[in-house]
Write a protein that binds this ligand. Sequence first.
Ligand SMILES: Cc1cc2nc3c(=O)[nH]c(=O)nc-3n(C[C@H](O)[C@H](O)[C@H](O)COP(=O)(O)OP(=O)(O)OC[C@H]3O[C@@H](n4cnc5c(N)ncnc54)[C@H](O)[C@@H]3O)c2cc1C
Length: 330
Amino acid sequence: MPQNIAIIGAGIIGLSTACKIQEDIPGCQVTIFYDECSPNTTGDISAGLVCPYLCGDDEEDQAIYVQQTLRHLRVLYNRQDAFEIGISKMSGFIIGGDTIKPNAFKEFPNFRTASEAECHCFLRDSKERPVYTLTTWICECTRYLPWLTKNIELKGGKFIKKHISSFEDLSDFGIIINCAGIGAKFLTSDKELYPVRGQVCAVEAPWIKHFYLFGKNYIIPRLTDVLVGGTNQYDNYNLEVDKEDSDKIWIKCCEFEPSLRYSKIKSQHVGLRPKRTSIRVELEQQKLSNRTVTILHNYGHGGAGVTMHWGCAIKASQLLQQHLNFLPKL
Ligand SMILES: Cc1cc2nc3c(=O)[nH]c(=O)nc-3n(C[C@H](O)[C@H](O)[C@H](O)COP(=O)(O)OP(=O)(O)OC[C@H]3O[C@@H](n4cnc5c(N)ncnc54)[C@H](O)[C@@H]3O)c2cc1C
């Protein structure tokens, strides 16, 4: 019997989960419910740098999610239309990375401690150590999400702009997939989930060719701009651009990269990273309107939703397939 599946969320997690499930479960009917879609999701605000950052403690699972996402992006990068999809390759430096867990980076090409000569050449007077260098991917959601959307629609997926107040709203569906980002807090009352507010500024600075992460600040070149950030404010829901934050970000980043003072500011944005002790990719059964409905959760990716999205979509799809094999055949 064809599966009628509702997905809450049109961010990078909802769309990649929808795509993977359409790939793996032929004949399923996927309907995506959302408040906001691209270019207004958290991923659209993100730099899209594939790098484990501000994520939970589930190191073993994360290593698998990162590895599978890196493989997926490598395939996309080798396509002729990689630019349209928003995938590029980027090298750079993590400065003062004493909280870095080198194990999480073992799949990254060239991940290693930078030499003193490199530090001297790229980092001017910064004395912060250790410094790591690596090559990774950038996956820009403002391009990637419309591309995923098109693919989902081509396979018969439907999109409905509608706020979901509770899972009861979707009790007609046999399966509900919860990819609501920070919105999952209100659908599940999950006390482990909280926002980490991030504010960023996009500038025109085409001369910057490497990314730099230093403390809570970063400078990340993308296809057509450079993202300058940031803030990590725990349990803060403020979505307005804060002038004091803008000033602090600008001063710190210009101190690090003085040529930024010659760049042109394009826009400023704020997003809420859905942070949790561990990413929740998990099945549960709930009784809704006297029916037992399967709910598959995929949320809590913190500052690494882009970095882990495809691995999490694979895990979500595997859980669903295992579950469906156990259902009685009608
Ligand atoms: C400033 C900043 C920089 C970042 N940089 C990076 C980076 O470089 N690399 C990286 O890997 N990650 C980065 N991240 C983190 C990354 O953006 C997130 O982990 C990721 O976008 C989370 O995706 P999501 O789909 O779970 O959530 P979202 O993008 O927030 O999507 C949630 C979706 O659910 C919908 N929704 C929620 N509740 C409801 C409801 N009740 N009813 C209907 N729809 C609902 C929303 O409308 C939306 O469509 C950054 C984040 C920020 C804020």
